[in-house]
Design a protein around this ligand. Structure first.
Ligand SMILES: Cc1cc2nc3c(=O)[nH]c(=O)nc-3n(C[C@H](O)[C@H](O)[C@H](O)COP(=O)(O)OP(=O)(O)OC[C@H]3O[C@@H](n4cnc5c(N)ncnc54)[C@H](O)[C@@H]3O)c2cc1C
Length: 413
């Protein structure tokens, strides 16, 4: 049996290892698309702050790890997939497979404005991006950053550590608007400003020009900001372009069933590239976080090896460190129709807790600076724990999460 895995991020690596365990004799080939050893994007913030070096981002540290498991790493990009002939097409030729896993993650999108392809305009998604950013680092070097989503916030600490002065443009007016609600978002903004980051809301870059090695970023209000680097962090999308014409069904991501199989038998998908049912909302979503990537990879690999594994749905669970302020959102953090909510706001101390309920269960939460509740919250929401009388108590005092967990979840365990 020939297993081919396209992608060597966390989903690809965990799938390869799971396959080897389940199927000791099969051929396993993993395609690495960036000319790097398999690494974790999640480690990029720590690389920027200097806590780790590049090797610290590698998913496995033993040089012989893949050889020992007889997992063949091939550097190269999959250009297309011919599902009728069961081959992956590379620049170097065709790679045949019996079972295929697509684990190509997301691609960072670029803000499509004049000058977006100038030297000095970057993303912060790959090791190559980090090298380009750190090459310009020196005290007082200026970054204009378009976008303040998850990645835009989590890398701030590293950028300030590198000596950059940061100006952030927030088109929507709300930082991390896809992860947390306006109250939590407002706290993050105030926090960043208190740390010396300039935040410009309801504005965006209209064009970028370059003169004498310095970028000039023209905003939609006509203001021009000089910059040494322009970071275009305007979002990501599932990395599926190379699948055009393959017959593999794609909406926001590759559609998969409970066993992570696509509509094409023998072809699986896992990780940021896959679109699968969210366990709380019941809707198909791309929940692009590493824990989901790894869970899906394990399930896909077991099925590729002929076992029978299935998922109960992905779970939206984000924990964000913005210059030391920890915020998070879980599950249906925007609430569900017909639901109820409890809220606690402490603007002065940057503390916020909002719980979303539907019927007898907690279905989502937004949090700033309440880190001691994260595990309990996840357990209550993901476990769809029936709260009974504890729902009213939590509506009254949302800090009573631990007693609620002990009373309800422990009883059910
Ligand atoms: C700065 C940063 C911080 C993050 N922090 C967190 C965090 O704190 N928590 C969290 O849960 N998530 C975090 N994430 C997101 C997390 O990194 C992703 O959810 C995770 O990497 C998904 O794993 P994956 O294997 O599905 O995709 P990826 O890690 O994106 O791996 C995709 C792989 O496919 C390869 N590839 C792509 N196209 C091709 C092709 N055509 N041919 C061959 N190979 C190809 C790529 O080179 C790569 O190796 C962060 C991301 C970034 C950028």
């Amino acid at each position: 049996m020939r297993h081919v895995i396209i992608g060597s991020g966390p989903a690809g690596v965990v799938a390869a290892e799971t396959l080897r365990k389940a199927d000791p004799t099969s051929e396993i080939t993993m395609l690495c698309g960036e000319g790097e050893p398999p690494y974790s994007r999640m480690a990029i913030p720590y690389l920027l702050t200097g806590i780790i070096n590049e090797a610290g981002t590698y998913l496995r540290h033993d040089k012989d790890h893949y050889d020992r498991l007889n997992i063949k790493l091939v550097q190269g990009l999959a250009r297309s997939v011919d599902t009728a002939r069961r081959v992956v097409k590379l620049d170097s030729g065709d790679m045949p497979y019996d079972r295929l896993l697509i684990a190509t993650g997301s691609v960072a999108t670029r803000h499509n404005i004049p000058g977006a392809d100038l030297p000095g305009v970057h993303n912060c998604w790959t090791l190559a991006d980090v090298r380009a950013i750190t090459a310009k680092a020196k005290p007082g070097a200026r970054i204009v950053q378009m976008g303040a989503g998850f990645v835009g916030c989590i890398i701030m600490e590293g950028l300030l550590t590198q000596g950059f002065e940061l100006t952030i443009l927030v088109r929507s007016g709300r930082m991390v608007s896809r992860m947390i609600n306006p109250v939590a978002s407002g706290m993050i903004r105030r926090w960043c400003e208190s740390k010396g980051v300039k935040i410009l809301v309801n504005t965006q870059a209209q064009k970028i020009t370059a003169a004498d090695g310095v970028l000039q970023v023209t905003l939609d209000n006509g203001e021009v900001l000089p910059a040494d680097i322009y970071l275009s962090l305007v979002g990501v999308k599932a990395n599926t372009k190379f699948l055009a014409g393959s017959g593999i069904a794609v909406e926001n991501g590759i559609l998969v069933d409970d066993g992570m199989q696509t509509n094409v038998p023998g072809v699986y998908a896992a990780g940021d590239v896959a679109e699968y049912v969210d366990c709380i909302s019941g809707k198909k979503e791309v929940n692009a976080i590493q824990p989901n990537a790894v869970d899906q990879a394990r399930i896909a690999a077991q099925n590729m090896a002929g076992k029978n594994a299935s998922s109960r749905g992905s779970f939206a669970f984000n924990v964000l460190d913005t210059l030391g302020l920890i915020s998070s959102s879980f599950g249906a953090w925007q609430g569900l129709p017909g639901g109820e909510a409890a809220e606690l706001v402490d603007e002065k101390n940057y503390r916020y807790l909002r719980l979303e309920f539907k019927d007898d269960c907690l279905v989502g939460a937004n949090i700033v600076n309440f880190t001691n509740h994260l595990g309990v919250l996840r357990g209550l929401i993901e476990g769809k724990v029936k709260l009974g009388e504890w729902k009213q108590r939590l509506l009254h005092d949302p800090t009573q999460l631990m007693p609620a967990y002990l009373a309800c979840a422990q009883k059910a365990a």
